[in-house]
Design a protein around this ligand. Sequence first.
Ligand code: COA
Length: 219
Amino acid sequence: MLQQRSLSGLRGSLLVALQAYRATTHVDISSTVAQAKYGKITFQKLTAPDLSILVEWLNRPHVAEWWDACESLEEVREKYLPRMRDESTVVPYLAYLDSTPIGYIQSYVAAATSDGWWPNEHDPEVRGIDQFLADEQHLGQGLGTQMVKDFVQFLFRDPKVTKIQADPALTNARAIRCYEKAGFRRVGPITTPDGPAMLMVIDCVRVPDETYSQGANRP
Ligand SMILES: CC(C)(COP(=O)(O)OP(=O)(O)OC[C@H]1O[C@@H](n2cnc3c(N)ncnc32)[C@H](O)[C@@H]1OP(=O)(O)O)[C@@H](O)C(=O)NCCC(=O)NCCS
């Protein structure tokens, strides 16, 4: 009996040790996503070395389905390098969960957009956003909603920003639902140069943030 107890005790200790070992050596998608529900996603401005990862992401089918085509590194450089300049009104970011890049997200000044975009928007402090998750296996688990929520807070750290808008395609029900869960409300269907879309907006909700007041990683 005593022997049996010590054997089962030993088995229990081995199991605990094995689980602890796995936890330190194996980070799977589910643990990353679970962490996202509690952790914070951060945003770093896109840099030239990021373009090689971006071109690979843009060619993944779940991204290409909803995002402007950019098949080669040359095309990506042509489109995204100008967005990295200080004067650009479109500001591109990589989103990170801890130190892992999990997606792309950009903000734009709606009133400064040309080529038929937002002709009726005259408030220079309205921002728009677009984004995608890089990994198809991450879709539908709340990570996109978390990314949008955190980015909205990030943009509202700029005290000038009044409102944030999004314009998912009318057929992109997943993106519409994601924005809704992140606090956006539907304004209604619109026609954009990219086709029919749902205009969605969120009004300013300020979160006090010392980091911003200290000048670090400003949007
Ligand atoms: C859009 C995107 C960022 C959303 O992130 P996500 O992590 O997949 O979204 P979430 O899991 O947070 O939320 C998705 C919601 O849509 C729902 N949904 C998924 N597919 C749906 C569909 N076909 N119809 C209706 N709702 C749908 C999900 O059930 C979930 O809602 P619930 O939590 O109430 O059940 C991500 O899917 C993505 O990168 N898609 C590819 C690129 C893209 O579409 N970008 C947006 C351009 S505007």
